[in-house]
Design a protein around this ligand. Structure first.
Ligand SMILES: *[C@@H]1O[C@H](CO)[C@@H](O)[C@H](O)[C@H]1NC(C)=O
Ligand SMILES: *[C@@H]1O[C@H](CO)[C@@H](O)[C@H](O)[C@H]1NC(C)=O
Length: 416
């Protein structure tokens, strides 16, 4: 992957043999935030060595308009964004900007800084590019002063690949002072050793530049670029039986629209389908019918109320076969959200178990007269977190965030 660019540098990083072209390394497109350690722990001298190292990485990456873009955030008492992805695209300008960074001091508060970077740094207005891997390289001298696990989860949910570069790890004697000795494993994109990188000391780091650059340019390894928002298929199975009524049917459509809105719908992203059932089933639209959010939402508004009996079991089997069947070999994770307001005339447990077995995670939502046992039986394990009940259709609104969060939680769990 590095081919052309690494060959322009001596591996020891002594001197550039050829000047970098402005366009940068096209084979390593990535948007990278370096989160540097600005704590008292590292101190001014090692802070400068850290800046040197980051500068060398930025140059060897081939930073440029068509290649990687980089920015820097400094972790200290309060995180400070030193510069954004869009501020500088030429490697020499990046190098100069890094040289200018002043040491702040204080606690490292790495968790706080990581969360800040994940949430604030990677916005379109700050220069993030669509469809390009987002990476945060976190430098930690010793150990973090706060907890970084939650920040790691936030970053993963946002589709950011977190790397941890730990320098001068705590010695056996120091380990008692560390809040959480497993901090690296908990914050990285994936606990598989690819995302963690260890450097014994800040003195003599040159030989550590190239292996890190190679990692940062291995796009196929960026497992966290996929998120619950851009990599799921969600089918809605909605009860069109007579007991629902026109107004409540509208509330169900509003519910499914509000869930769908949270996802990034496209032919390469998340996909949405809907089936309405009574004794009969009607495919309102399949996963491939609409591939933009606008079209999906407009199709949902256009769903016409059937009115009739309730055969939920058969409807689940229909959806497993006809909606999920065609996408079963695709990489997106599959979810089925069932809404029903009453007793089914047929058995729901068997068809639901078959759906679970086919790799479909089922969320069931019972409304009004829906028997709690049936609602539970349809839900995936652990059942408590996959079934919901509301006495009134107006209560559906409150369940929207729970379903979205549930999908994201299951998505992350499935990737561990
Ligand atoms: C980076 O760009 C922003 C917005 O354009 C600007 O406000 C900021 O001063 C720039 N930072 C540097 C270090 O040039
Ligand atoms: C990371 O992986 C190792 C080995 O697979 C395991 O022992 C450890 O518990 C994991 N740590 C975390 C935080 O998941």
């Amino acid at each position: 992957v590095l081919s052309r660019w690494t060959s322009s540098f001596s591996v020891a990083g002594k001197r550039l043999k050829k000047p970098l072209k402005k366009i940068g390394n096209k084979d390593c497109k990535a948007d990278i935030a370096f989160l540097i350690d600005g704590s008292y722990n590292i101190g001014q001298r090692r802070f400068n060595l850290q800046k040197n190292f980051v500068g060398k990485v930025a140059v060897m990456l081939g930073t440029g308009t068509e290649g990687p873009h980089v920015g820097v955030v400094q972790a200290s008492e309060h995180p400070k964004t030193e510069f954004y992805l869009k501020n500088f695209t030429a490697a020499k300008d990046v190098l100069f900007a890094i040289k200018e960074i002043g040491f702040r001091g204080g606690n490292s508060n790495t968790g706080k800084a990581l969360k800040h970077t994940a949430q604030r740094f990677f916005s379109q207005e700050n220069g993030v590019r669509r469809g390009i891997p987002k990476i945060i390289v976190v430098f930690i001298d010793g150990w973090p002063s706060d907890n970084i696990e939650e920040a790691g989860i936030v970053a993963r949910e946002l589709g950011i690949n977190v790397f941890i570069v730990s320098v001068a790890r705590p010695t056996t004697e120091e380990q008692g002072m560390v809040q959480d000795i497993g901090f690296v494993d908990k914050a990285v994109c994936r606990n598989n050793s690819f995302f963690s990188y260890h450097i014994p000391t800040w003195f003599g780091t040159t030989k550590y530049v190239k292996p890190l650059v190679q990692k940062l340019c291995s796009h196929e390894q960026m497992l966290c670029s996929k998120t619950c928002y851009n990599s799921v298929n969600i089918a809605f199975l909605i009860d069109g039986s007579s007991s629902v009524g026109d107004n409540n049917f509208r509330l169900m459509l509003e519910f499914i629209s509000n869930v769908a809105k949270a996802f990034e719908i496209s032919d390469i992203g998340s996909k949405i389908a809907a089936v309405q059932f009574t004794y009969d089933q009607r495919m309102e639209f399949s996963f491939t019918d609409y591939t933009t959010k606008e079209k999906v939402l407009s199709a949902m508004r256009g769903i016409r109320y059937m009115s009739g009996g309730t055969a939920t079991g058969e409807a689940i089997s229909f959806t497993t076969r006809n909606v999920f069947g065609p996408v079963k070999d695709e990489p997106n994770k599959n979810f089925l959200v069932i809404l029903t307001d009453g007793q089914s005339y047929d058995d729901v447990g068997g068809p639901a178990a078959a759906a679970h077995k086919a790799g479909i995670t089922v969320f069931s939502i019972g409304i009004a007269w829906a028997p709690l046992d049936d609602v539970r039986d349809m839900a995936s394990e652990p059942r408590d977190s996959h079934n919901f009940f509301t006495r009134e259709f107006t209560g559906l609104e409150q369940i929207v965030p729970d379903v979205i969060r549930g999908i994201c939680r299951d998505f992350l769990d499935s990737k561990q």
